[in-house]
Design a protein around this ligand. Sequence first.
Ligand code: CUA
Length: 404
Amino acid sequence: MNLPTNPTAQAVDNVLIYIFGFSLLLLLGITVATIYLVIKYRRSKYPEPTSETHGSLWLEALWTLLPTLIVLTMFWYGWSNYLGLRNVPEGAMEVQATARMWSWQFEYPDGRKTSKLFVPVGQPVKVTMTSVDVLHNFFVPAFRIKRDTLPGIETYVWFQATEPGSYDIFCAEYCGTGHSAMITSVEALPPEEYATWAQPQQPSDEPRGLIVLQEQGCTGCHSLDGSDGIGPSLYQLSGQQRKLMADGQTKELTIDADYLRRAIRHPEAEIVEGYDPVMPAYDSDTLSEEDLQAVIDYLLGKVKKAEKAPLDARKLLEDSGCLGCHSEDGSEVIGPTFKGLGNREVVIERDGKEEKIKIDRDYLVRAIKQPKADMVKGYPPIMPAGDYLTDEEIDAIVDHLLKQ
Ligand code: CUA
């Protein structure tokens, strides 16, 4: 077996092996002694009960002191390793974990939230935990850490991943129907990868509603692909018919924004037929009005993709240093001016021959990507290739230039 050399796992394993080792030794010793005595004093040899007891102070002292010492060393060894589990090393990264029926949410110092716990390899991580509803228990078998989470009280654990990888997180305290589904993971990334991940968030391509669903852990119970879970799937909800139980009566309705709002704010009021009334209510403290609206819009298919801020072509030109050689006002610098570029004809040198062309999109894309291929006559071939630009950025720049 390949035991992990992880600090918390090591502490627990050491004590386990120590106690288990002595227990095994005692078990073997007692079993051997029992068998020996059973054979030695068997009935055929001693048909009548006899008394052959002799007092031995030495023997009695030995079998009292020895086990006492063994048990005390077990206590000492267990206690010192337990302290290691409770004393968080300095420089630990702090993460706040929130447990709810039936999902985990992790919040990082910069405010970002995830439903998986992302950590860098090699750095201690302190997870401070609480619950918003009932008792749960944060259990990561790979790191041998396990701690209750309680509503209104903070508990903590720490661990340090020594190998990149994905490690299961379970809830180890029965907390209702979805208990067994309350699973997520520690994602341990190499430090460089973690640094990239932890960079100030770039505007995500994902719709806000989807991000909220993931942050709030909704997807732990409600699938997004139509598969069945603890709750109904959230796949293509718009216009679907639902049979609901409300006040002991069945009713049917078409899913719309009002229904979704009620189902999130007061899920206990109307229960979809065939499901248990187990969803916790998301009040405005947990889920802001704005986020609720984003979720509803997303669920009803009103948003496909978040709108991206348009690329600022002028800024790209400036940042890439283009304006150092190409003026915008018609003056000659090192390269041709950008002014009036959209309807200019130029003479270029291609394969040693001169050619007159009208400047268009294709030409400009080429001129940025491989400036030395078609040089405008009369200019030195010194422009560097803009191959560090993405296609999108080049498109934006070309659009911008054609309008000059
Ligand atoms: Cu949460 Cu079991």
